[in-house]
Design a protein around this ligand. Sequence first.
Ligand code: WT7
Length: 647
Amino acid sequence: MVILNNVFQPSYRDADKAHIGSMDQYHKLYEQSIQDNEGFWAEQAERLHWYKKWDTIKEVDYTKAAIKWYEGGQLNVSYNCIDRHIEAGHGDQTALIWEGNNPDEDRSLTYNDLLSEVSKFANVLKAHGVRKGDRVCIYMQMIPELAIAMLACTRIGAVHSIVFGAFSSDALRDRINDSSCKVLITQDTGVRGTKQDIPMKVHGDHAVAKTPSIEHIIVVKRTGADVEMQNGRDLWWHEEMEKVDSNCDPEHMGAEDPLFILYTSGSTGQPKGVMHTTGGYLVYASMTHHYVFDYQPGDIYWCTADIGWVTGHSYIVYGPLSNRATTIMFEGVPNYPDFGRFWQVCEKHKVNIFYTAPTALRALMREGDDFVTKHDRSSIKLLGTVGEPIKEPEWTWYYNVVGEQNCPIVDTWWQTETGGILITPLPACTPLKPGSATYPFFGIQPVILTPEGEEIDGNPAEGLLAIKDSWPGQMRTIYGDHKRFFDTYFAMFRNYYFTGDGAKRDEDGCYWITGRVDDVLNVSGHRLGTAEVEGAIGAHEAVAEAAVVGFPHDIKGQGIYAFVTLMAGVEANDDILGGIKQKVRDLIGPHATPDKIQFAPALPKTRSGKIMRRILRKIGENELDSLGDTSTLAEPAVVDDLVKNRK
Ligand code: WT7
């Protein structure tokens, strides 16, 4: 290992056979990917099996938010993730290792097993009227049937919409209705950490009471807990699987046919149904997984994310399986039964590549090194992080203690919208700087813009992060609202995709993501809109008005700070406080619960009545010396009260 000015160049175990072995090679391929962009992406698409090749590589017009890749091409995602590996003689290879929440439970599926399960479930969906283009909602914990259900949808061309299992029934209902899903797939109850009976089916029932489009609920028996089954509407997964055969021809899908919808938070109260399509997404997920994780045949690969978020879509299921990886799916949490769980699983399954979130590292590093060192981690060759900025303390701990200074760390920057990783080190060559996602991936042209939309050339630079030109993994629209797609990402800066993040570029051209510049929070890697949380708080009958900001939180990265004004004549008390938190859990989910609630007689507003969030943010961050100009406030004295009663 070499360290220069806090630049790390670890000796990587697989350096000799790495897919990209030197910075020279990186620069050469990167140049090519920009100079001959279409040629490059044509070549990369060959990593997949196509029933029919495309007519055009790319047709992109950001002035209309019109994005197409590989138009005219035909392929099937499940065929690419399963069948072709079997046809190449690898049917007995383990595709999926499932590690249960409770340490004595695990299961593994070969590619042959996966084909049979996926084909059967595809036939179940067909038998219940699901056709190409229909939307299917999946609301589950991390059990193998979740991956099987996704792949079954892709086999018949149904569009899945996965709703993270911690969302409340109200949030589930809204997402089902937004894309009129025909079927809901869930499980009896869920198991996660010390919680052994998360009422998934009950939430599903509540949601479906107000979703006219749902015809059936298909229920996996995970725990055997008693659940109510409504005759005609509700079906048991295991019973349905017995009625069908295990052959199902994969549908030939157009490259631009929708693959999935995944809801994410934006700056309004209404979540956005991010839509990805078939060909470009799979090319991009597959290729990034191959290069960024330097996946080599036989590697055991573990991404600890939940499939309810995009990381799980791209880097537990589609990227790895398209590359014939052995991918681990973990039902549990990092601190159950103890804080050594991640490393115990690494030891048990001899994990080679480990990908997790900074928030988990921050939670674990506080518990001491013994939980790590008592497990054999010698199998690990490569570490990764995603989801939020990683800071030096947890980077260094990850590097020194978990990786014993032998493993490169890939700090991967990307978004639900981007489908896959856009800025990242490559493990065998990129010099690492703790906290920097370093350089753009092939074909990606990041720029730093001024607020006026001028590109800042030269280094160093700091400003707004945007991407010039398109890449195949880019989202194509917001389901049912193309105008919002245009307005959110392309209206502010002409001919760029605007990310919503701020960034710096240092002397060496390395990118450092500084965090969101819009009203989006990142709480333990979970994306939440301040407007969504405000809407939920405002639904409590005692609340007149609420404003939510983020504040630095030791473990979560960002915590949620809510300023709440109650209705005239209502006195703040613990009941109201508890009631507000409960409201947020009911309307969104426990992950959105405010960490701090401050009752305030009034919120700081301009004379035209606009809440001055800048001031609230500063109070939340405890930067009281830099509240800035408060003279334009309608009632400057409001701020004194807020500062005095700061939580
Ligand atoms: C936002 C996207 C990407 C999958 C998981 C989150 C932040 C993501 C990093 C990173 C700094 C990061 C950004 C981005 N983010 N990765 N490596 N370094 N920040 O997806 O929920 O769509 O959130 O997460 O702010 O915009 P998401």
